[in-house]
Design a protein around this ligand. Structure first.
Ligand SMILES: *Cc1c(COP(=O)(O)O)cnc(C)c1O
Length: 397
């Protein structure tokens, strides 16, 4: 992460194509646009790169999650299982549809613990939404087995792991639907944007219509199109798509730079006694956007984090205390701080959060540090940084 570090000529070219004819919208204006269809081209590129039949762009990763759930028919009262360690977008997208987020423990993969998922299933459960945090994936085989036997949807949040793979399949393409974010700090960016990938043509069609007010996109007169169901506006603009079109062609270069830098950091940290790395499920290949590791206990981890920060090693996160990524600080969710009113069914069901015990997640997150792997480092900078990190962590342990 993040793709903005290597913004360049190709991004500028695609944006200028759009500015030259001034059609900033992805639909219509066929005569004016001089054959530039950046969103369509980016969708085609995503389909190819991620080996799926359908890709649909939307305005953000959060919108991708919302539209995916909506496309699969998730609605009022349905329960969606999600991890305690993720970005707030996970529960926001579920609540947006009147569904209920059911938080479940993570394990040493830093993603959903399949056993905890199974234990959380109720007659109202409709979907499981693993989040491939910090560049590595959930145990998708185990989750798929559970989903198949309970007839649940598997919706992958691959926003932080684009370019990684599992059992030879690109992350996002293993489950029923996969979601990407192209926000400004992700591995490839559109400025703001999101992507949905699937092999299910009904979901693809629903996503296409739902994200554009229900437009069926038949014919070439927008005003005359019909609306088979109620939708919303989650459209991406051509300007954003133009940036993403340049970036998607650079994804594999970005991943190989990340891998090189990650490997140097990993080798240095491997020499630190008492430090262990987050588990990558068998058959998984990370996208190398973070190096995440465990220290022996919470106290040592806090001390190590403080020392790293004092030494000017930036981009190392102690998620356990983070307001946006870990359930401990989500009082606005557990106490239901909303501007309007939640549906009463959702509000009542959410009471479980008052008594929930996520000590199994705390066990891992309390001693996890994740360090961002940048694209713009020179090899000398990575080596120096890796050496300094190892020294600091050794002294902290
Ligand atoms: C960034 C992110 C999102 C949301 O994406 P936006 O484009 O910022 O809305 C969702 N899930 C995860 C795991 C993310 O990292």
């Amino acid at each position: 992460m993040p793709g903005f570090e290597l913004f360049g000529e190709l991004e500028r070219k695609h944006v200028n194509d759009v500015l030259d004819n001034g059609v900033l919208m992805r639909y219509g204006f066929d005569g004016m646009r001089n054959r530039h269809w950046k969103a369509k081209e980016l969708e085609a590129a995503l389909t190819k790169r991620f080996q799926v039949q359908h890709a649909h762009l939307v305005s953000s990763g959060t919108a991708a999650l919302t539209v995916s759930l909506a496309a699969a028919g998730i609605g009022a009262g349905d329960e969606v299982i999600m991890p305690t360690f993720t970005f707030v977008a996970s529960f926001e997208s579920i609540l947006m549809l009147g569904a209920v987020p059911i938080l479940v423990d993570i394990d040493d993969t830093l993603t959903l613990d399949p056993k905890a998922v199974e234990a959380a299933i109720t007659p109202k459960t409709k979907a499981v939404m693993p989040v491939h945090m910090c560049g590595s994936m959930a145990d998708l085989h185990a989750l798929k087995t559970i989903c198949d036997s309970h007839k649940l949807l598997l919706i992958e949040d691959a926003c932080q792991a684009i370019g990684g793979s599992y059992q030879g399949k690109p992350l996002g393409s293993y489950g029923d639907i996969g979601c990407f974010s192209f926000d400004f700090v992700k591995t490839i960016t559109c400025g703001e944007g999101g992507g949905i990938i699937t092999n299910n043509s009904a979901y693809a069609k629903h996503a296409d219509h739902y994200s554009d007010h229900g437009h069926d996109h038949v014919g070439n007169d927008r005003g005359a199109e019909s609306h088979p169901f109620i939708g919303y506006n989650f459209r991406i603009s051509e300007l954003n798509a133009a940036v993403g079109l340049a970036q998607v062609h650079r994804l594999d270069d970005f991943i190989s730079i990340q891998k090189k830098n990650y490997t140097i950091v990993r080798q240095a940290l491997s020499t630190v006694h008492g430090l262990t790395f987050r588990r990558v499920p068998e058959g998984g290949v990370e996208n190398y956007s973070f190096s995440s590791f465990f220290l022996p206990n919470e106290q040592t981890t806090r001390k190590a984090q403080r020392k790293l920060s004092e030494a000017g090693i930036d981009g190392c996160f102690y998620w356990y205390d983070n307001n946006w990524h870990y359930y401990r600080k989500w009082k606005h969710l557990s106490e239901q701080h909303v501007l309007g009113r939640l549906p009463s069914e959702t509000s009542e069901r959410l009471q479980y959060l008052q008594r929930a015990d996520f000590s199994a997640s705390d066990h891992w997150m309390g001693r996890t540090i994740s360090c961002l792997i940048k694209l713009s480092w020179t090899e000398e900078e990575v080596r120096k940084r890796a050496g300094a990190m190892a020294k600091i962590l050794r002294s902290a342990i």
